[in-house]
Ligand binder design. Structure first.
Ligand code: G6P
Length: 608
């Protein structure tokens, strides 16, 4: 979703800003723009389309002179993705340029007010009111103008502000939505996330909501809402630039699928010491834990699907009721949550707007919050009572892969840890599960190695108009994610169903030649799945079966077969999703889709 970059220093700003935008492309966008200060004026270029298009229009930035500027990739919310609606937006007198991420909820009222005063608007965006407000409030003191402008805005916004008459000076404001300052030598930056900065600096400051920063080449100053200067600590980012590059793969998605054994190892290995699961930062005692009468897991998208798997695993091992709720639903349904609730928030980015809101809502009601999150220093990590980082490294492809499997791994670790704390499993079972956790990276690697023929199968099935995924128990939770992978990158309609539920309606959609992917990795339920496979075959469906390695019974049932390595069935979702990720990838590739940046999607959904 929208990306923001700002730079001030001695070097030409535009090429640096364009490079920053390239690094933010993965977030999802449909137009891009850049503005720089030059000889007391603002020069701006913006257009719908790609950052590459913007680079061509500006000779890769060379056409824009000046060492201080702001840039933006826009994911349209208010107004279509046109050249005019692209950011930056200028004030009527052309002295102020603004980039914005988020939604200004009271923009219509502000627009009416400003129009009443004679300001005319060029775009349909909510953002343009900010540029006009800055013009109205500027009396020679830019900081005061930015503060007064921000105080008029309602909603979620991150702003970058440039003023023609304040050489080398930039402002940025954070009110819900990610914003990070990058500290260089005689140059400073701001950006929506660290991937835009790591090519230039690893020293960063994470801003909190309600904070504003003033940047010059030599200094960075952070203020609170009242304009009081506040001290901030500098963090060091450990990700390097290679981690955010394709490394020889055609797509980030394939690179990230292949990285899963290593990523899962980074989640699990540091937390197993001398055969015990140790969750640093989660210093709840057995008594603390016993006060939780229920666990609520909340998340969006694939993280929600990871939460579904978590429910099965935690309930099975800990015998504590677990509810999984979409964050966008939980936040508005007056949830029954209190001090007896452990809230587990799952998020790769740590910046998903609905997930943050659900977290806040539950925390206000007294819930203890554990965040399972990838991005260190993200909003969710900071709001939670404790965080279990997944250490997946940067994930660039919009369709998550290693983000999901590392979230599963963190949930497995938590389930085993909690089951032992609560005394719900004996020492033998505990040791067995710990060994299974340690074996998970190898199991995922085996899942990759076993499925070299997925590309061939994708060639057979890519022309389907719709597909169905069925499974029971954990296989059902994994089916939801397998189906989502397929639809989000290949645009083939696909649905996941609990296999036993199929006959209550959906089976009406099964017609001659329709592909049904049947997940059969919960061995105890294999025979039940055979029944469901028979039902769809009797109605003309073709079946792609997914079974534990070596379970030859599947050959008698399915038309085509995928395998996932066997092992602890409770942890089956992590290996079994791998062939489904590969299947979605190759089907999308066959169909010529934009795999890393599917249409209409954003990686980090920072608006509601
Ligand atoms: C977006 C992404 C999904 C992701 C979801 C939640 O929709 O496209 O891949 O699962 O957001 O993101 P989070 O960063 O909170 O895990």
């Amino acid at each position: 979703m929208c990306g923001i970059v700002g730079f001030t220093g001695a070097a030409p700003a535009a090429p640096i800003l364009l490079e920053g935008l390239r690094r933010l492309e993965y977030r999802g966008y449909d137009s891009a723009g850049v503005a720089v200060q030059h000889e007391g004026a603002i020069e701006m270029v913006k257009a719908s389309g790609t950052v590459e298009h913007l680079a061509e229009m500006t000779s890769n930035g060379a056409a824009l002179e000046g060492g201080c500027g702001i840039a933006h990739t826009r994911w349209a919310t208010h107004g279509a993705p046109t050249d005019t609606n692209a950011h930056p937006h200028l004030s009527e007198d052309g002295r102020f340029a603004v980039v914005h991420n988020g939604i200004i909820e009271n923009y219509a009222a502000l627009r009416r007010e400003l129009e009443g005063e004679g300001y005319s608007f060029a775009s349909e965006t909510d953002t343009e009111v900010v540029a006009h407000l800055l013009e109205r409030y500027y009396d020679g003191d830019l900081r005061r103008a930015v503060m007064r402008t921000a105080s008029r805005l309602e909603g979620s916004y991150v702003l970058g502000v440039l003023c023609a008459c304040e050489p080398g000076r930039l402002f940025c404001v954070k009110e819900a939505g990610p914003l990070i300052l990058g500290l260089g030598v005689d140059e400073n930056y701001f950006a929506s996330d660290v991937t835009a900065l790591v090519g230039y600096t690893r020293n960063v400051i994470y801003l909190e909501d309600g904070e504003m920063a003033e940047l010059t080449p030599e200094s960075v100053t952070v203020y609170d809402r009242t304009g009081r200067e506040i001290p901030k600590s500098v963090s060091h980012v450990v990700w390097d630039i290679e981690a955010a590059e394709k490394g020889g793969y055609e797509h980030f998605m394939m690179k990230e699928i292949m990285e899963q054994p290593r990523a899962v190892k980074s989640t699990i290995e540091p937390r197993i010491r001398s055969g015990r699961v140790e969750l640093e930062g989660l210093d709840l005692t057995a008594e603390d834990f016993a006060r939780f009468r229920r666990i609520v897991i909340t998340a969006c998208g694939s993280a929600y699907h990871a939460g579904m798997v978590g429910k099965y695993v935690i309930e099975s091992l800990c015998r504590v009721p677990v509810e999984v709720d979409l964050a966008s639903e939980l936040r508005y349904r007056d949830p029954i949550v209190g001090e007896d609730t452990l809230l587990i928030v799952v998020s790769q980015s740590g910046e998903t707007a609905d997930t943050i809101a659900a977290l806040r809502e539950c925390k206000a009601r007294g819930a203890y919050v554990l965040a399972i999150v990838n991005v260190v220093g993200s909003t969710i990590a900071r709001l939670a009572d404790c965080a279990l980082y997944t250490h997946a490294g940067p994930e660039i492809a919009v369709a998550t892969t290693k983000g999901y499997t590392t979230q599963l791994s963190a949930l497995y670790l938590f389930a085993v840890w909690a089951a032992e704390k609560l005394g719900r499993i004996d020492e033998m079972r505990y040791n067995e599960l710990v060994a299974e956790l340690s074996a998970l990276p190898a199991r995922i690697q085996r899942a990759i190695d076993l499925n070299l023929h997925v590309k061939y199968l994708a060639g057979r099935w890519h022309a389907q108009r719709a597909m169905f995924f069925i499974g029971r128990n954990i296989d059902y939770a994994a089916a939801l994610e397998g189906s989502l992978k397929l639809k989000e990158i290949s645009y083939i309609h696909s649905e996941a169903y609990a296999a036993g539920e199929l006959k209550h309606g959906t089976i009406a959609l099964i017609d001659e030649g329709r592909l049904v992917v049947a997940l059969c990795c919960q061995t105890a339920l294999f025979e039940k799945m055979v029944g469901n496979i028979q039902e769809v075959k009797a109605r003309g469906a073709k079946v792609l079966g997914l079974a534990p390695e070596g379970d030859r019974r599947i050959f008698a049932e399915a038309d085509d077969v995928l395998f996932a390595p066997g092992g602890e069935p409770l942890f089956a979702a992590a290996p079994e999703i791998v062939p489904l990720q590969l299947f979605a990838y190759y089907v999308a590739r066959e169909n010529g889709c934009d795999i890393d940046k599917p249409r209409n999607l954003a990686k980090s959904v920072t608006v509601e």
